[in-house]
Ligand binder design. Structure first.
Ligand code: PBG
Length: 328
């Protein structure tokens, strides 16, 4: 089994051979497009640190949703920029909240597009933390009650799946119970299970205006050095009823994606986050990287690591490129 009878280059000779023997497949069916919706009317405001991404007003969503649907992207993940924030983040669970309105608008315009909603408080609170703040601390159990309200309200607006991104202990169970008590047994939970306290969320916090006003998120998001703890987080979310689990960010945590894939049978998502997008875009704009082939390689690496689903701001461009990729 060695040279010269074995020549691994033989199967790399032509595009057809390479396609035939490629181990990792990348298709639009795996992509979720995250998008930001804002209360302001008639505007598509560019996000400076995320070139090509916008804060969308509700009236522009029908056209956008139909475009995403036509591209074959199965799902969007919604983040809301509310009209006003308060200490409790009450717009997050209002039936007239920005995300609830956006869900209804998208479902009207593009009924087959799956709508996932970020179930969290940080975009809605004046303090910018992902939970209820009591005595300067994020109170886990008080937050569970609010998260349940948010999930039920988003599901009531028509969300197919809710996606808690707060990292409180017990949130999947609390949300599952709340949904079930309200007869929403068909609404799924995509849990941000292993979410690390990451600098790569920086551009997102500009986009969603949700940087914490004091301290940081290290008392609830995971420490970058931890691998075994990620497995405990994931196992716990599966036990609590998560339908899909997630590792986030993706690129600095490909080893975690692989380890989770090997240990757990539930569908696995990975979030190619704002900072990963921003750094690729920035280098491409400088002419330092070829954008299309870099995006392809990044998405392939996340699939190869074991993710079934990739949340990525590159989704629309990748969808346009994918036909070429899969035939070239
Ligand atoms: C919290 C949330 C964040 C992201 C998704 N949900 C920010 C945070 O935890 O600070 C980050 C996504 C990204 O960076 O693309 N609601």
């Amino acid at each position: 089994m060695s040279f010269p009878s074995t020549r691994l280059r033989r199967m790399r000779r032509t595009p057809q051979l390479r396609r035939l023997t490629r181990e990792t497949d990348l298709s639009v069916a795996h992509l979720v497009f995250p998008l930001f919706v804002q209360a302001k009317r008639g505007a598509k405001d560019p996000i400076a640190s995320m070139p090509g991404q916008y804060r969308w007003s509700l009236d522009l969503l029908p056209t956008l949703a139909r475009e995403v649907e036509l591209l074959g992207i199965p799902a969007v993940m919604l983040f809301g920029l509310p009209e006003r924030k308060d200490e409790e983040g009450s717009e997050a669970y209002s039936s007239e909240g920005i995300v609830q309105k956006a869900v209804r608008t998208i479902k009207d315009a593009a009924p087959s597009l799956l709508v996932l909603t970020d179930t969290c408080l940080d975009e809605y609170t004046t303090h910018g933390h992902c939970g209820v703040v009591r005595d300067g601390q994020v109170d886990n159990d008080a937050t569970l009650e609010v998260l349940s309200l948010i999930a039920v309200s988003q599901a009531g607006a028509g969300a197919d799946m809710v996606a808690p991104s707060d990292m409180m202990d017990g949130r999947v169970q609390a949300i599952r119970q709340a949904l079930d008590c309200n007869g929403m047994t068909q609404v799924g939970i995509m849990a941000y299970s292993a979410k690390y306290a990451s600098a790569f969320f920086g551009p997102f916090r500009d986009a969603a205006d949700c940087a914490p006003q004091f301290g940081d998120r290290k008392s609830y998001q995971m420490d970058a050095g931890n691998r075994r703890e990620a497995m405990r987080e994931v196992a716990q979310d599966v036990a609590e009823g998560a339908d899909i689990i997630m590792v986030k960010p993706a690129l600095p945590y490909l080893d975690i994606i692989r380890e989770v894939r090997d240990a757990i049978d539930a569908p696995l998502a990975a979030y190619n986050v704002s900072g990963e997008y921003a750094m690729l875009k920035a280098a491409a704009r400088q002419g330092w990287l070829d954008e299309e082939s870099s995006v392809r390689e990044v998405l392939t690496s996340i699939r190869r690591a074991g993710a079934d689903i990739i949340l990525t701001y590159h989704a629309c461009e990748a969808a346009r490129w994918l036909h070429e990729w899969n035939h070239g």
